[in-house]
Ligand binder design. Sequence first.
Ligand code: MCF
Ligand code: FE
Length: 407
Amino acid sequence: MKIISANWIVTCDENNRIIKNGAVVFDDKILEIDTLVNIEKKYPNIEILKLEENSVLMPGLINSHVHLEFSSNTTTLKYGNFMSWLNSVIKSRDDLINKADKKLISTKLDRMKKTGTTTIGAISSYSFDMEPCVKSPINTVFFCEVIGSKGDMVDTLFADFKDRLNNAKRLKSKNFIPAIAIHSPYSVHPFLVRETLNLARAENLAVSSHFLESPEEFSWLHKDEGSFLDFFKNFLGQEKAVTKPMEFLNLFSNIKNLSFTHCVEASDVDLEKIKDLGASINHCVTSNRILNNSKLDLSRLKDIPFTIGTDGLSSNNSLSMFDELRNVLMIHSDKNIVDFSNILLKAATSNAANALGLNKGKIKKDFDSDMITFTLPDEVEDMDDLAMQIILHTKFMDKVIIGGEFV
Ligand code: MCF
Ligand code: FE
């Protein structure tokens, strides 16, 4: 049993409780949370780790969507338009993937930890990132990706996918959880979607899919036209989309931990369906800005919970969740900055834990002890401003605790 105290404890619980001069008692789970005065009285013989002036203790951040295999990209890929990006990915993919060796991916994971991330939803196309994820103290929900729209390839692709998933299942542990990623409605044959989702249901695996990221994807899926038409004709000899958006969404019934990434161009009926499926939306604000000059209209989500993802370095200049949170705050300039900051801290913790099916994301009794500590540059006068000041000023952690251990 350990005890830690901080000037501010941000619980990210249902009531948005913040405790001034608080303390947390924990082992691998949170045991108790109260003011420092009360905890000192109750546990007079246990040493308390007292953090310095202006310290904050909060749940570790959860990056719900990241492609680590694209970690070597900095200045190679084309930005500003989805088709240009996609063509540049096709052109440079092999080089980028080869450059992102295990050592590079481990370095990126270590930096993510130092910037406050304690859990990731890793979208893995080839499983080249599996070993670094297994070795990292960061919790990983490891989404093995299925991709391929050509009818005559589905058996081979499904077999390859099952191999990767089985390898991931062999390494399953408390902090490495196998899951399934469907790449997107335009790139995955409905047969593959149906079969992989049956696996997810049978084995209770979390599922995530990219969905309606770009206007080009919208035109292709709804009308079989636009720049995707040339792309599919040239590369795959395909003239029609393999599925309509609603047909695609209809396949996802009865998946317990389900999320859709981007959804910028999703229609109101699509969003209604996503809500009925009980799914969450992974919001990747930097990626949307960089690839499509667009942003998700959060007011259209209504009751759909959203989470925050950096996407990969293929569509971001940083994998730090605090960098990403600052971008979300700046891009959604129509929102009240104080209120929105509170919403964002919850999106990056408890919402993400729910989406991934984890007992994390809150400093609350019986939740996993994944916590981060850092120091604000000065005093915060008004408790209501705390979330905003945290997002504006935080870059590196003082301490990171995962599963009750200092890592
Ligand atoms: O989320 C971004 C943009 N949309 C789609 N795919 C990816 C993203 N970042 C990386 N990808 C990967 C995807 O997992 O790109 C590959 C897939 O394996 C090629 S197809 C765009
Ligand atoms: Fe992505």
